[in-house]
Design a protein around this ligand. Structure first.
Ligand SMILES: NC(=O)c1ccc[n+]([C@@H]2O[C@H](COP(=O)([O-])OP(=O)(O)OC[C@H]3O[C@@H](n4cnc5c(N)ncnc54)[C@H](OP(=O)(O)O)[C@@H]3O)[C@@H](O)[C@H]2O)c1
Length: 177
C-alpha cells in the first residue's frame, strides 16, 4: 500500500522553478488547522522519499521531523549526506527492488514523497491513495506532481474538505477493476 500526502499549487506544482515551497504559506493560517497530516502519518509504517526531497528537508533549520522510518531513494549517492544522514536509510535500485527490500523489513504501508518518485511509482501503477491539498496560487512553472504515464489511471475521490474557505483537500483512491 503506497500513499501520497502532498500539497500542490492550483496549476499542479509541488515546488516553484527554484525548488522553493515558501508559497505553501500563502495562507499562513493553514498551519493552525488540522489538515489530517498527523492521522495520515499514524497510518503508515514508514516513508519512501526521493533524494531531492531529503535534501530539501535537510536544508531547513529544523530537527528531524519524522517519527516513522524513512528510506531515501537515490541511485547516485553511496551514503546519505547532510545533517540528517544518520536519521534515514539510503536505498537504491529500481522502484520494485526498493519496495521489495522495504517490505522485507516489515514496512508495508508507505508514505511516498517527492515529485519524481511519485511519478515513478505512478508509471508502474503503484500508488493506491493520494491526499492532495491544493493551495490556490498559480505558480506558472516549477516541479510538477504529475507527468507522463504508460496508461491511464482512474482514481475515485473519497473525501473532499475545504479549509479556511480557501484550500481544498481531496483524497483519491485508485480504482482497480
Ligand atoms: N509541495 C509538497 O508538499 C512537497 C512535498 C515533497 C517535496 N516537495 C518538493 O519537491 C522537490 C523535490 O521533488 P523532485 O521531484 O525534484 O525529486 P524527488 O522525487 O524528491 O527526488 C528525485 C530523486 O529520487 C531518486 N530516484 C531514484 N530512483 C528514482 C525513480 N525510479 N524515480 C524517481 N526518482 C528516483 C533520484 O535520485 P538520484 O538522482 O540521487 O538517483 C531522483 O533524482 C523539492 O523542492 C521539495 O521541496 C514538495
Amino acid at each position: 500500500m503506497n500513499k501520497v500526502f502532498i500539497a500542490t499549487s492550483l496549476d499542479g506544482y509541488i515546488a516553484d522553478e527554484n525548488g522553493n515551497i515558501d508559497w505553501l504559506d500563502t495562507f499562513p493560517e493553514i498551519n493552525t488547522v488540522d489538515t489530517g497530516y498527523h492521522s495520515f502519518i499514524e497510518e503508515v509504517d514508514g516513508l519512501l522519499m526521493g533524494r531531492a526531497t531529503f535534501e530539501k528537508v535537510s536544508s531547513f533549520d529544523i530537527e528531524w521531523p519524522y517519527k516513522k522510518p524513512v528510506f531515501v531513494l537515490s541511485n547516485t549517492w553511496t551514503e546519505l549526506q547532510g545533517k540528517f544522514s544518520k536519521d534515514a536509510v539510503l536505498v537504491n535500485g529500481t522502484i520494485k527492488e526498493v519496495l521489495e527490500y522495504i517490505h522485507k523489513q516489515g514496512y508495508k504501508r508507505l508514505y511516498v514523497d517527492g515529485g519524481s518518485l511519485i511519478q515513478g511509482l505512478l508509471k508502474e501503477d503503484l500508488i493506491d491513495e493520494m491526499v492532495i491539498t491544493v493551495i490556490p496560487i498559480l505558480l506558472g512553472g516549477g516541479i510538477p506532481l504529475f507527468g507522463e504515464l504508460s496508461k491511464k489511471l482512474i482514481f475515485e475521490c473519497k473525501e473532499s474538505k475545504l479549509f479556511l474557505g480557501a484550500i481544498v483537500q481531496n483524497r483519491f483512491v485508485r480504482k482497480r477493476t
